[in-house]
Write a protein that binds this ligand. Structure first.
Ligand SMILES: Nc1nc2c(ncn2[C@@H]2O[C@H](COP(=O)(O)OP(=O)(O)OP(=O)(O)O)[C@@H](O)[C@H]2O)c(=O)[nH]1
Ligand SMILES: [Mg+2]
Length: 504
């Protein structure tokens, strides 16, 4: 009895051992083939184990990574903030995109010129209706109310005081004709920047801000996915061989380079932009190019130089609209702590997008909300009846009171302070647009303090529980000042993430 039980437990009787045992009477060739197959299977199995381990590591890193979401209306400065993050953590990668930004800046220039040429055409059309005696004619009325916040639109409307449309001089008409090839340059640049794959493509979008007339001239290029189009453009510039670039990849001698035509048109562009009559014409159509994103007309000679290479500031000032959500990864180190992976999400801003952003709210360590202060006298591109500052305030309120964000750190960037200061210094009255401002001084210190209080009050009133109000006055096109602010933000977010994970 005992003996038979012992026999059943021997290795030879084990069914698994029997199943994997070599067949009886195996030839030498069969043995070799079997061993080779077993080796291959083991290699494959080890590979799978390695992949699973890697996947676990990635998941662990993802969980340990710091997640930040940038929010704010269109043109508030979200993508520019991302560029600053890149400058801090990957300065080489930032510089490697020079050829790309050179093309975007050239596109920004051609867009500004096209807006002027279109304004001249509008004036020509308007003046065709002239009576034989008059020399000027009023513009057709705007098709939407440009309502200032807190003020009934009837009480103050800058359009009521619009000057008449001046007649174009023969010299201006000649300039217009000579600059017309720039429209083709713009199209060539668009083609150059648009990779063929639809998923990562740039597209024309009929939106803009800073002026109230929806028209052709407001077309703006848009990027759907940063990685896709950047890679495709890099391959184009670098002769389809590499996916990264640097300034040496700019072929200054390429006759097809739009830079050559821009250089040849430079003198005429400078003349056009400096022409007082043209400035009056733009004013008569309520066009303030200087307030528009991607404005480079004050640096035309430098930017149209044949060997032009963008500076850091140029890149920060370049405008490329975002659509959808783009994730950027950085490695940042705070003090003497270990480096952490950061996942920073940049979203395309537009009206009523909070529900579309909400799926990203869960799990964020912090939200950086950008509110541009300088836009107090502008209306939204997507709705000309809505004041941009008012929209920012409402957006801030809906973020502060959002149920999914009650435990998330909210960091407010009151942005475009440089433009706000310039606007107030040039005499634009804040109280004309924000009635509640009353007769306080029209100075940067007073206006910015007032707005900080307004945003702070909303933060206090609409948070479920008391939480700290983090607020910075920023000009994110200034890399130096933004560097220090982002360092501060980085330390705050790291501290907060350690606290919530109970590590401190
Ligand atoms: N002068 C100045 N310009 C700024 C500032 N912040 C952003 N800009 C410019 O404003 C324009 C719009 O900035 P973006 O960063 O593209 O804005 P965004 O929030 O990403 O806009 P969307 O992609 O449309 O959602 C760019 O041309 C920037 O250079 C600032 O503080 N000062
Ligand atoms: Mg953007």
């Amino acid at each position: 009895m005992v003996a038979s039980r012992t026999k059943r437990n021997t290795v030879d009787d084990d069914p698994l051992t029997r199943a994997i045992a070599p067949p009886p009477n195996e030839t030498e060739a069969e043995r070799e083939a079997r061993l080779a197959a077993e080796q291959l299977a083991k290699k494959r199995s080890d590979q799978i184990d390695e992949e699973i381990n890697q996947q676990r590591l990635v998941e662990k890193r993802e969980q340990a990574s710091v997640k930040v979401l940038l929010l704010g209306q269109s043109e508030s400065g979200k993508t520019t903030t991302i560029k600053n993050f890149q400058l801090i953590s990957q300065p080489k990668a930032f510089r490697s995109e020079l050829p790309l930004w050179r093309a975007i800046i050239q596109l920004n220039v051609t867009r500004s010129i096209r807006i002027i040429l279109d304004a001249m055409s509008t004036a020509q059309t308007a003046n065709l209706n002239l009576t034989s005696t008059s020399t000027t004619t009023p513009l057709p009325p705007p098709n939407s109310d440009y309502s200032p916040i807190s003020r009934p639109s009837s009480s103050y409307s800058p359009r009521q005081a619009l000057p008449q449309v001046p007649l174009l001089t023969p010299e201006q008409l000649k300039l217009k004709m000579r600059l017309s090839p720039l429209t083709q340059v713009e199209e060539a640049l668009m083609r150059r920047l648009s990779p063929s794959s639809p998923a990562g493509s740039l597209a024309l979008l009929s939106t803009t801000t800073s002026f109230p007339f929806p028209s052709n001239r407001s077309k703006e290029i848009t990027v759907y996915s940063a990685s896709g189009w950047k890679g495709a453009f890099a391959k184009f510039v670098a002769g389809m061989t590499r996916s990264s670039m640097d300034s040496q990849d700019i072929n200054f001698d390429d006759p097809e380079d739009p830079g050559v035509i821009l250089h040849n048109c430079s003198e005429d562009m400078v003349k056009l932009w400096n022409d007082e009559g043209i400035r009056r014409l733009l004013e008569s159509q309520n066009l303030r190019l200087e307030d528009m994103s991607g404005f480079f007309l004050d640096s035309l000679e430098r930017i149209t130089a044949l060997k032009y290479i963008p500076t850091t500031e140029d890149i920060l000032r370049a405008r490329l609209k975002t659509i959808g959500v783009t994730e950027h990864r950085f490695v940042l180190k705070a003090g003497n702590m270990l480096s952490r992976d950061w996942r920073v999400f940049d979203v395309g801003g537009a009206r009523n997008l909070v529900p579309a952003w909400a799926p990203y709210f869960d799990d964020m360590n912090a939200i950086i909300f950008l509110a541009p202060l300088s836009c107090f006298d502008q209306s939204l591109a997507e709705d000309y009846g809505v004041n941009r500052l008012e929209d920012s305030i409402l957006l801030w309120r809906s973020i502060v009171k959002h149920p999914l964000l009650q435990k998330t750190e909210l960091i407010l960037f009151l942005n475009k302070c440089d433009l706000l200061k310039a606007k107030l210094d040039s005499g634009t009255q804040f109280s004309h647009w924000v009635v509640s401002y009353g007769d306080r001084p029209n100075t940067f210190e007073s206006v910015s303090g007032y707005m900080k209080k307004k945003f702070g009050t909303i933060h206090k009133q609409h948070s479920d529980k008391p939480r700290t109000f983090y607020c910075h006055f920023t000009s994110v096109t200034n890399a130096q000042t933004t560097f220090h602010i982002l360092e501060n933000v980085r330390d705050l977010i790291i501290r907060q993430s350690l606290t919530t994970s109970h590590l401190v």
